[in-house]
Design a protein around this ligand. Structure first.
Ligand code: HEM
Length: 508
């Protein structure tokens, strides 16, 4: 009894000594050669609680105190944040030898995406894989996607219990999550995968998605039930894709011109065709990488439209003005129509601005990294973090940033691509993004390859919802729900209910 008391006291004393040493080090011996550290009481845990609860609030508060560059401790790791346009450039366009994404994201993503793709292969191979996918999203492919996406949304509205009758109330996020998985599967994954979505594939998707639990950033291989299910689902899903590829090669399935077929024709620079296992894992990546972001942004769009029915009516009017025939009938959507729907595009841009789906983008520092314009160097082992959501929600770049105002884009394009700023990391020329405060799809070698598809998907979903329904907030509610940061992707806090009313008795 005595000895366990002594042990407990010794442990307590050790803890107190660690906390005291941690505080003294911060207050008395700051390292002047490195960026200032956000004060934290507890070693190892650091600022994890306040950062995890509301990353944007935490980052804005730290910026108010320390400026655009500072370090905070997150579960034993030093994370150096660089905010603003310069920070976006610092992190996104860091040299591959200096900053590395795969060591940060690999442990979480590789068990979900699978072996030999994305962060489980050399960066040069990832660049080739990104090129294959990006080049598969041709204008011809996008034309087909518009039709497929529209049909999916229309069919969903027809059969869903959530939209029965002339009006009702709907909890937006789960409904939109279903719609976006159907649209992405139908357009990107091909008919076989789409046909499986109603049964075993849906539960596999759910199990695989469990691999994105935030705890997996720290313990990705712990034998938790969700990790066991994740690993089983990855293997089963991969086998399903490999089966589809084998059947297509054997001519047992009708020929298609979708992403699987495109990848089946791709070869690496050394002439090696992409192995079936890698095609399968790339398809799984495409399915998993875009789903949460697209679903969350589409949910925020619906919630803002309900909060500002005036904009919903303007969107409807835009469709009537731009697309309706002489009798006022709206045709099925085409890719060329989407270019005419400027306000629809602004709604998507503005929602991406306010609700940047990924609040923190990180890289691991491999070599001492001087921070331009400061006396500081970020040492190897730190993570560096950019948060384009901060610049996109700062007064200096977007006046009145907390107002959701699609019309702010009326006379403001996304910064024009400056030829001298163009760069090719191996998957096509693109802007370095250095001059932009608006980078919802990131920048540099890890920039999103799904951007074009994502915009189109969101615009078509919005257009179909708007031509079918009017939306408004539930009586007595104002504004949109707060943000839930408890998962990896910022999403609306639930319940996030809105009222809908069908535009015509017969519906669309
Ligand atoms: C609204 C929808 C989307 C948003 C906001 C979004 C955002 C992003 C961002 C910010 C990154 C950069 C991450 C980093 O630098 O660490 C990224 C990377 C990526 N995105 Fe997207 N994305 C979306 C949809 C999609 C879709 C539909 C696909 C698939 C077609 C996709 C595939 C990818 C892939 C494979 C990467 C990893 C690239 C790399 O590390 O090199 N995304 N996305």
């Amino acid at each position: 009894m005595l000895s366990s008391l002594t042990l407990a006291s010794a442990f307590l004393a050790l803890c107190i000594a660690c906390v005291a040493a941690n505080i003294a080090r911060q207050l008395l011996f700051p390292n002047k050669k490195e960026p200032p550290v956000v004060f934290h009481w507890l070693p190892w845990l650091g600022s994890a609680v306040s950062y995890g609860r509301d990353p944007y609030k935490f980052l804005f508060a730290a910026r108010a105190k320390h400026g655009d560059v500072f370090t905070f401790v997150l579960l034993g790791r030093n994370v150096t944040v660089h905010l603003g346009i310069a920070g976006n450039d610092f992190v996104f366009n860091g040299k591959e030898t200096h900053v590395n994404a795969e060591e940060i994201y690999g442990p979480l993503c590789t068990p979900v995406f699978g072996e030999d793709v994305v962060y489980d292969c050399p960066n040069a191979k990832l660049m080739e894989q990104k090129k294959f996918v990006k080049f598969g999203l041709t204008t011809e492919a996008l034309k087909v996607h518009v039709r497929l996406i529209e049909h999916e949304v229309v069919d969903y509205i027809k059969v869903s219990r959530e939209f029965k009758g002339p009006s009702g109330i709907v909890n937006v996020p789960p409904v939109i999550a279903q719609i976006t998985i159907f649209t992405a599967a139908s357009a990107l994954q091909g008919p076989e995968v789409r046909s499986k979505l109603t049964n075993e594939f849906a539960s596999l998707y759910h199990d695989l998605d469990g691999g994105f639990s935030p705890i997996n950033f720290v313990l990705p291989h712990a034998p938790f039930p969700h990790n066991i299910k994740r690993d089983r689902a990855q293997l089963t899903m991969r086998k399903i894709y490999e089966g589809i590829i084998a059947d297509r090669r054997a001519g047992k399935l009708p020929p298609t011109t979708d992403m699987i077929s495109h990848l089946m024709q791709c070869s690496y620079k050394d002439g090696r065709p992409v192995p079936d296992k890698e095609i399968s894992n790339m398809m799984i990546t495409i399915l998993m990488a875009g789903q949460h972001n697209s679903s969350n942004v589409a949910s925020w769009i619906m919630l803002h439209l309900a909060n500002e029915p005036r904009i919903c009516e303007e969107l409807y009017q835009e469709q009537l003005d731009q697309l309706a025939d002489e009798n006022g009938n709206l045709p099925e959507l085409e890719l060329r129509d989407m270019e005419k729907l400027q306000l629809h595009s602004s709604v998507v841009k503005e929602t991406l601005r306010m609700h940047n789906a990924i609040h923190s983008i990180m890289r691991l520092v491999k070599r001492p990294l001087p921070v331009p314009g400061t006396p500081w160097t970020v040492p190897p082992g730190h993570a560096v973090l950019a948060s384009p959501g901060i610049s996109a929600n700062s007064e200096e770049y977007f006046p009145n940033p907390t107002k959701w105002d699609p019309h702010r884009w009326d006379n403001r394009g996304i910064e024009e691509d400056d030829e001298s700023e163009m760069v090719d990391y191996g998957y096509g020329r693109m802007s370095r993004g250095t001059k932009s405060a608006y980078l919802p799809f990131g920048g540099g070698r890890h920039r999103c390859i799904g951007e074009k598809f994502a915009y189109l998907n969101l615009e078509v979903i919005t257009a179909v919802m708007v031509r079918n329904f009017r939306f408004k907030n539930i009586d007595g509610r104002e504004g949109v729900p707060g943000t839930d940061y408890s998962t990896m992707f910022s999403r609306p806090l639930e319940p996030a209910e809105i009222c809908w009313e069908r535009r015509s008795a017969e519906g669309a």
